[in-house]
Write a protein that binds this ligand. Structure first.
Ligand code: PLP
Length: 484
């Protein structure tokens, strides 16, 4: 791999005024693209998890900023010496922990160009390209996911923020004058409640905290043996809360939970939500991408009756972090919750002003990278890649099932495998599996993470890297069996 340290380039210092010259920009740019190309070509030579100790990087960096500008070559050589060792390589095909996510060349070029434009979409006028491309590209994705035209897409940074906005819009829809008078100090306001499963993502609880609803404002519903929120328990909880005078106003279902990728039966929650005029939000941050694969669309059943759905192209659609899309049927409520226009931003144009739909004023030009990704791969190219990841997950699952030393601990949905070692004669399987995971992670060969299911320590292996091939799955399978 090309090393900045050995770079032959002449020194590159900032001029006395203004920015880097066009000539230097080209030079550094070509060099840097070469560096990135080498990085991807050699990605498997790096340890997946950074091997540095905490504070290693901080201890190796100056405590204050340089007074005079430095040679850009020096800065780049520090990338090799200091930054690279402290990188955990999410792009490594054997990164199977959490969710395996990776970027793509097209996505990187989108980021680069969006950094160059540096536009802030507030008013349409401040960023017509960002405002309109976002509408177009989220509508493309909506169609790819087979969601109906009643949904409008809005791009936020993360699913956590998308879900926060969905719940805020749901609350605004209650017409309880919370926008005007807030919630504190009000004796006329009973407890407002959101419902989600025991398996849902922590971002749901965080959203509830941030909206001032408190942990008491969230009720977690029991799951069935396959980690899906039970519709009967949900209905009972809502009925009970109504009898206590509470106001149930939102259900957050998950298609593709974080622990096991389990799939809540969204269609079974529709009736109770409609009877009680509750908002139904679906967290499909991970599995939303799979909905572009025709034979997987059935897992989104019920979403056609939901009020909002979130999907993260930065998770499983080869788009660099960050890019989350919230599909919402009631963007008028989002606007009612968030629009606040100071004098200096008032205009007479009847256009979409993106600042009206969220907490941020300025927004990054995120749609550009997704537009690049979708156009470069095409719908079919994306479908094939996601389908292949699901095939690899089933293949690994079949090896696990055939072996006496291993067992699946949850149904294999999408491209996530939950399993554990269970060799005969070993008493403490939790300890065994935890050690195994730590050994593999410390080796730098691969990265696995864990969860607990019914109190049992379980390994999680996610497959979603754009470079992953069958040989990588063979490698991790061999590694698991060698270290056992
Ligand atoms: C990853 C994930 C999230 C959080 O995603 P961010 O974009 O990092 O906020 C939320 N829900 C589910 C189901 C996820 O898998």
């Amino acid at each position: 791999m090309k090393n900045y340290e050995k770079s032959e380039l002449k020194k590159i210092f900032a001029p006395a005024s203004g920015d880097m010259s066009a000539e230097d920009f080209r030079r550094v740019g070509y060099e840097m693209i070469d560096w990135i190309a080498d990085y991807f070509q050699n990605i498997e030579q790096f340890p997946v998890l950074s091997q540095v100790e905490p504070n290693w990087l901080k201890d190796n960096l100056p405590k204050s900023a340089p007074a005079e500008g430095e040679d850009f070559q020096e800065i780049l050589s520090d990338v090799d010496k200091l930054i690279l060792p402290a990188v955990t390589h999410w792009n490594h095909p054997n990164f199977h922990g959490l969710f395996s996510t990776s970027t793509s060349a097209a996505g990187i070029f989108g980021e680069l160009l969006s950094a160059a434009f540096d536009m802030k979409a507030m008013l349409w006028r401040t960023a017509p390209a960002s405002t309109e491309l976002e509408e177009v590209v989220t509508d493309w994705l909506r169609q790819m996911m087979n969601l109906d035209a009643g949904f409008r897409g809005i791009i936020y940074d993360t699913a956590s923020v998308s879900t926060l906005h969905a719940i805020a819009a749901a609350r605004e829809g209650l017409d309880l004058k919370i926008r005007e008078t807030g919630m504190s100090g009000r004796s006329d306001l009973p407890l407002l409640r959101v419902y989600t499963s025991e398996q849902s993502h922590s971002s749901v609880e965080k959203a509830v905290l941030l909206l001032g609803l408190g942990q008491k404002g969230l009720r977690k519903i029991e799951c069935d043996a396959q980690f899906r929120m039970r519709a009967d328990r949900l209905r009972e909880a809502i009925e009970e809360d109504k009898q206590n005078g509470y106001i149930p106003f939102c259900v957050v279902a998950t298609v593709g939970t974080t622990s096991t990728a389990s799939i809540d039966p969204v269609d079974q929650y529709v009736a109770v939500c409609e009877e009680n005029a509750m908002w139904l939000h679906v967290d499909a941050a991970y599995a939303g991408s799979a909905a572009i694969v025709p034979e997987l669309q059935t897992y989104l059943k019920g979403c056609e009756r939901a009020d909002s759905v979130v999907t993260n192209p930065h998770k499983w659609m080869f788009t660099p972090f960050d890019l989350s899309v919230l599909y919402c049927r009631h963007t008028d409520l989002l606007k009612r919750a968030f629009a606040l226009v100071p004098e200096y931003l008032k205009t007479n144009e009847t256009v979409t002003n993106q600042m009206d739909y969220g907490i941020q004023l300025g927004r990054r030009f995120r749609s550009l990278k997704l537009w690049f990704v979708i156009r470069y791969f095409g719908q079919n190219g994306l479908i094939e890649r996601i389908r292949e990841h699901c095939r690899l997950a089933q293949l690994l699952a079949s090896w696990i099932e055939e072996s006496d030393d291993w067992e699946l601990t949850a149904p294999v949905n999408f491209a996530l495998v939950c399993f554990r070692a269970c060799p005969k004669g070993v008493e403490n399987l939790d300890e065994l599996n935890e050690k195994l995971m730590n050994n593999i992670n410390a080796s730098g060969e691969a990265y696995l993470s864990h969860t607990k299911l019914n109190g049992k320590f379980t390994l999680r292996l996610s497959i979603g890297n754009i470079r992953v091939e069958e040989r990588h799955i063979e490698k991790i399978w061999n590694l698991l069996n060698e270290k056992l």
